[in-house]
Ligand binder design. Structure first.
Ligand code: ZN
Length: 94
């Protein structure tokens, strides 16, 4: 269960990104908000994500229509755009 590639906690980012919609809508419980903001303070990647999602939400609200679901691949594409300095290199076993 030990992950040797641990210094960039992508799972943590994933969990928070999944909550960003609720956060932007003001639906996130206060304790989770504090959690999320604490992570954002130390994670520039997630701040970019929040900015991007925030712009989408603003556009949707400005249009005053029922918000369409975000494209299913949006999260995956945003995650793919993150640079991962610790991406496991092949032949790194020794
Ligand atoms: Zn993050």
């Amino acid at each position: 269960m030990t992950n040797p590639h641990h210094h960039h906690s992508l799972e943590r980012c994933r969990a928070l990104i999944a909550q960003l919609n609720d956060y932007l809508d003001g639906d996130l419980p206060a304790d989770l908000c504090a959690d999320l903001e604490a992570h954002l303070a130390g994670c520039p990647d997630c701040r970019v994500m929040l900015d991007t999602l925030g712009q989408i939400v603003q556009i949707v609200h400005a249009l005053d229509v029922a918000p369409p679901p975000l494209p299913a691949d949006l999260e995956a594409r945003l995650l793919a755009s993150l640079t991962l300095p610790c991406a496991p290199a092949q032949g790194e076993w020794i």
